[in-house]
Design a protein around this ligand. Sequence first.
Ligand code: F6R
Length: 365
Amino acid sequence: KKGDFDHFMKKEIHEQPDSLTTSMRGRLKDGVVGLGGLKDHMRTIRRSRRIIFIGCGTSYHAALAARPIMEELTDIPVTMEIASDMLDRKALVFKEDTAVFVSQSGETADTLLALDYALENGALCVGVTNTVGSTLARKTHCGVHINAGCEIGVASTKAYTCQIVVMVMIALAIGSDKMSTLAKREAIIAGLIKLPEKVRDVLKLDGEMKALAESLIKEQSLLMFGRGNNYATALEGALKVKEVALMHSEGMLAGEMKHGPLALVDEHLPIIVIATQDDSFSKQQSVIQQLHARKGRLIVMCSKGDVNLVCPDGNSRVIEVPQIVDCLQPIINIVPLQLLAYHLTVLRGYDVDQPRNLAKSVTTQ
Ligand code: F6R
């Protein structure tokens, strides 16, 4: 079933142009997003005081990636909850809330317990899952299937990018009654149509990412700095590296760098800085300058053609990726990091599809 690929993770990374197409199929018609599973609840969602995104691991990261556009298009504040933490804190949930549960398997124990808790507190509960008939799909009031196709590798890859696409479509659907964001919505829909082709394009970095992995194979640690739309990319890239390549890796909010992590910077520790074009670009440029001033060992991810803007002295390694509308950029940017995690794992001799101590679906608390 792996076809021409050595591992499911590699197959699933390379399937993303197709899985994204499937996720969008039948849902984008004449510039309008139609999500049958939410139609009957749209009035309630639009009237909610707050949207809460809830998930674990990669699914939480997908929600985090979609948070900026959800707020921008809906004008509803979005708060983030890791399912276990929501339960630990007995977080406040109100009847006026819409709680969106994100889970590839639809069977993650923490997420399902958080769902029971939100149902008890009277919130409208929406499911975003890849598994038709799962407990999450059955217990939520309404929802949208990701349709990424079956994911076998323990490390989630294609489900992540499809989850983001689905949540962007949810944001478009909720915000479709607002004239003020019409131009942005049109730009996003145009971006969605081009997305599979751009993902195909970024997959061509496979060889480059293998070479990068070769240069990092003996490292103890790898940091990733992102912000805004790509804070989630840094967290998710680092999670992939730690869970499959068994290498310490941390994703960090670049805005927090000077509040502590800067102390780690020296000429040895590799740091990936995500600096593709969007509203945060100039802030990321100054982060790069500050890291250079401390002789940081940088690998900068930038939009195609921006090498001179992010690395004027030619003193860092650069990963150039295709540019797309800001809220879809995390889908492009995660692909080279998935490839990097994959190659690091194979080169370090670990099991890519069955990482040590991990299971595909975490059904215990
Ligand atoms: C990481 C990974 C996990 C899952 C998490 C939630 O690659 O797969 O972090 O994302 O266990 O699983 P689901 O999405 O099935 O609820």
